[in-house]
Design a protein around this ligand. Structure first.
Ligand code: NDP
Length: 276
């Protein structure tokens, strides 16, 4: 029988963990499926999508830099993805393509796992890029008292607030250190959704004080597993969470969309920890 193909489209794709995650679960369940890597240049995207409708590609994940651009090629888009303005998962149903955003589902599931309750709480978020949109979408649903968005680019953060129609958000400039110190000190939950820390040595902001021991501090970055931002937060007594669970849960949500079956968290963790 012909193999069902899934995979990842983006550019460049040298460091992706997704094939390890999905192929381990396909193997465990003896499913005739494979997850491939499709590194596509910008001028190859349209053709890939056209062919995807005809071939046995059941769905794909979409990553940088195509999460927004891909939307114009799809037949339908899920409500959450539409609102966030980005698609990271496509399913091919008999030649019709539907787009989803499972990044937000992954983040939401990770909040549940870590028992983070945000109702009436004060949240500080660093960053206003693609991932921050998914985060704010989830935060809104959890009804915090306030979402303070801190960025180096104010218009970009203001655009996010407008796009997602956030009523209880404030936008702050990252370099206003006295204000930021006070916000961070008063926060019940602090999130880094910038890409600062991927280099293993920088942090978007140095946490000086937290409200009390055990405050959750979340960094969307999963490699390194402990960014300088999280290291500093831990020193101050915070409960630190990296982006690995968000990554795993977004993958599990995509798996379910493509195959109709539940993926397996433990198999994924095992597969990822075997990567050298
Ligand atoms: P984007 O490039 O869309 O956004 C990056 C954000 O970082 C922007 O707000 C940008 O500011 C800010 N930024 C960049 N450089 C600096 C700097 N020197 N100082 C302060 N802020 C800076 O990236 P994504 O939103 O797609 O991804 C953000 C991070 O989240 C990445 O590290 C990515 O790996 C991670 N991620 C993790 C996921 C997971 O499953 N765990 C899923 C998706 C993303 P500006 O607004 O000015 O551009």
């Amino acid at each position: 029988m012909e193999k069902n193909i899934t995979g990842l489209i983006g550019y460049p794709l040298s460091h992706t963990l997704s094939p390890y995650m999905h192929n381990a679960v396909f193997k465990k369940y003896k499913m005739n499926w494979e997850y491939k890597v499709f590194e596509l240049k910008k001028n190859e995207l349209k053709n890939f999508i056209k062919n995807m409708k005809k071939e046995n590609i059941k769905g794909v994940n979409v990553t940088v830099p195509y999460k927004q651009e891909i939307m114009k090629y799809l037949d339908t888009i899920d409500k959450g993805a539409e609102k966030i303005g980005a698609v990271n998962t496509i399913v091919n149903i008999k030649g019709k393509l539907k787009g989803y955003n499972t990044d937000y589902l992954g983040f939401e599931e990770s909040l549940k796992k870590h028992k983070i309750n945000l109702k009436g709480k004060d949240v500080v978020l660093f960053g206003a890029g693609g991932a921050a949109h998914a985060i704010v979408y989830v935060l809104q649903k959890h009804k915090p008292r306030i979402i303070d968005i801190i960025n180096i680019d104010i218009p970009m953060a203001e655009k996010l607030v407008k796009k997602l129609k956030v009523k209880n958000a404030r936008v702050w400039y990252l370099k206003e250190s006295e204000v930021i110190d006070a916000l961070v000190e008063g926060a019940d939950f602090i999130i880094n959704a910038t890409s600062v820390g991927l280099d293993k040595k920088s942090m978007p902001y140095k946490i000086k004080k937290i409200k009390r021991k055990g405050i959750p501090v979340y960094d969307l970055i999963y490699n390194p597993p402990v960014t300088p931002f999280l290291k500093q937060a831990k020193k101050k007594g915070a409960k630190i969470i990296n982006g690995l669970d968000m990554l795993i849960y977004q993958g599990m949500a995509s798996f379910k969309i493509w195959t109709g079956r539940n993926s397996d968290y433990n198999t994924i963790v095992k597969a990822l920890s075997a990567i050298k």
